[in-house]
Design a protein around this ligand. Structure first.
Ligand code: GAP
Length: 444
């Protein structure tokens, strides 16, 4: 069931604490683009870093890539995005609003929000028309049709057109994969739900090239790998499920597709897909470029165009999943405590260092601990403003796993209080062990 109240609270917390701001807010905002503030950028970087580690650094059969956003326009003809990457849309001649024809039942009439578009007496909807979701722009000084290029709607195509380059340079053999993190753009007709559906977003995609006939087993392998990765983010398993695409849901390139869905406050929604893309993309690029994209297996003396199993997850949507899952409200000593229970590896700030008072040498000790943490690249925060209770609450809202308080006893025995975010347990730890204490608990 939709929980609008919870979503509103999360969006407001994200703005207040500097996770996510509306783009160009100063000018009234721009539709469905969001900016990440100091805490948000750390969170999203941690999500991406964790993905890169799992998909590239911990494996010897996957290479990384960073391809350009602008590509030759023929790429998008070959991939069929020019012809088929479209949603059916209807316009209202009265209020000029535009809706997805297949989502009218979920939309509101702007003039009478209790009704769906088309139900109000003043509504006058056009017949559905196909609306291509790719953003167009012009390359070079002349704005004519010959100069049209597209902002990529998926990162995958940059991988396909580079697959032979990577293969040759890296000495990989099929089966192997190429992974990429980067921006993608879609002129969504009905964006919304905060950073869930936006017009500019980041994807973390991996294309795994396999011998034809082995794709089903690799498809299952990658489904399991991706499921385990999501669980490793500390997400609540009961809020995750698989959704298999039916024949009418499959993208033009896919023979089989499974989504991982999360139960957001606004309902279940997809945030990762595992797709069997067959040899569709490579064969189309072969046809449109006129260049062979075959793999030659030297041991078996065989040539073939590999099949591709794709894993594709949005960095923004995944960050939203992490935020929604982490958000908790609870009663503590008669007050509501809002806490983001991030996995420590994803938390934007790992430790806050708090001198109990601004005198008696405590700030100097706290500053030393803080600098030691930063010196080891642990993102730490120093806060000496306000009561200790208020400082703890601020860190709870930022999702900081540990608060390190320097107090009178520190000067006597060299220990500090470590307060654990989730359990509120407090323990004394030697001040010179704090950096090690935090590093040991960050997990992989
Ligand atoms: N290369 C395959 C592909 O792009 P997709 O299901 O269209 O497949 C993959 O997109 C992932 O990209 C989605 O699961 C989602 O996490 C993210 N994504 C897609 N469109 C998005 C949008 N408009 N805003 C935010 N994330 C989006």
């Amino acid at each position: 069931m939709a929980d609008n109240d919870r979503m509103e609270k999360l969006v407001s917390l994200c703005k207040r604490r500097g996770f996510v701001f509306q783009s160009s807010e100063l000018y009234g905002g721009v539709g469905s683009v969001w900016d990440y503030g100091p805490l948000g950028v750390e969170l999203k970087r941690n999500v991406k870093e964790r993905w890169w580690r799992a998909m590239v650094h911990s494996r010897d059969d996957i290479e990384g890539l960073d391809a350009g956003i602008l590509m030759h326009p023929k790429v998008w003809e070959a991939s069929q995005h020019v012809a088929t990457f479209a949603d059916p849309m209807v316009d209202c001649r009265t209020c000029k609003a535009r809706f997805r024809a297949d989502q009218l039942a979920a939309a509101q009439c702007p003039q009478k929000p209790s009704k769906h578009p088309g139900e109000h007496t003043a509504c006058s909807l056009t017949e559905p028309r196909q609306f291509n979701l790719m953003f167009k722009t012009f390359m070079g000084p002349v704005e004519d049709t010959a100069a049209v290029v597209y902002l990529r709607p998926e990162t995958a195509q940059g991988i396909y057109v580079n697959y032979l380059n990577v293969l040759q340079g890296s000495r990989q053999k099929v089966p192997f994969g190429i992974a990429q993190i980067g921006k993608a753009f879609r002129n969504e007709i009905t964006p919304g739900n905060f950073i869930y559906r936006t017009r500019e977003f980041e994807q973390m995609e991996m294309q795994f090239f396999v011998k034809p006939g082995t794709e089903d087993q690799w498809f299952e392998f990658w489904r399991e790998q991706r499921w385990q990765w999501q669980l490793g983010l500390g997400l609540r398993p009961e809020r995750l499920r698989w959704h298999q695409h039916g024949p009418d849901e499959l993208a033009h390139y896919a023979k089989a597709a499974f989504d991982i869905e999360y139960e957001f406050p606004f309902g279940w929604g997809e945030f990762e897909g595992v797709h069997n893309r067959t040899d569709f993309d490579l064969k189309r690029h072969q046809e449109y470029s006129g260049k062979k994209l075959e793999y030659f297996d030297q041991e078996k003396n065989e040539r073939y165009v590999p099949y591709v199993v794709e894993t594709s997850v949005g960095a923004d949507r995944c960050s939203l999943v992490v935020l929604c899952d982490a958000y908790h409200e609870e009663e503590v000593e008669g007050e509501t405590r809002v806490v983001l229970r991030f996995h420590p590896a994803l938390a934007p700030i790992k430790a806050a260092v708090l001198p109990l008072v601004k005198k008696d040498g405590l700030p100097e000790i706290a500053d030393r601990i803080y600098r030691d943490l930063r010196g080891k690249y642990v993102n730490a925060f120093y806060d000496d403003g306000g009561s200790i209770g208020r400082r703890y609450r601020r860190q709870d809202e930022a999702g900081t796993p540990w608060c390190v308080t320097v107090d009178g006893q520190t000067k006597e025995d060299g220990t500090v209080t470590v307060r654990h975010r989730d359990t509120l347990r407090q323990e004394r730890v030697a001040a010179d062990r704090i950096t090690g204490f935090v590093a040991e608990r960050l997990g992989s």
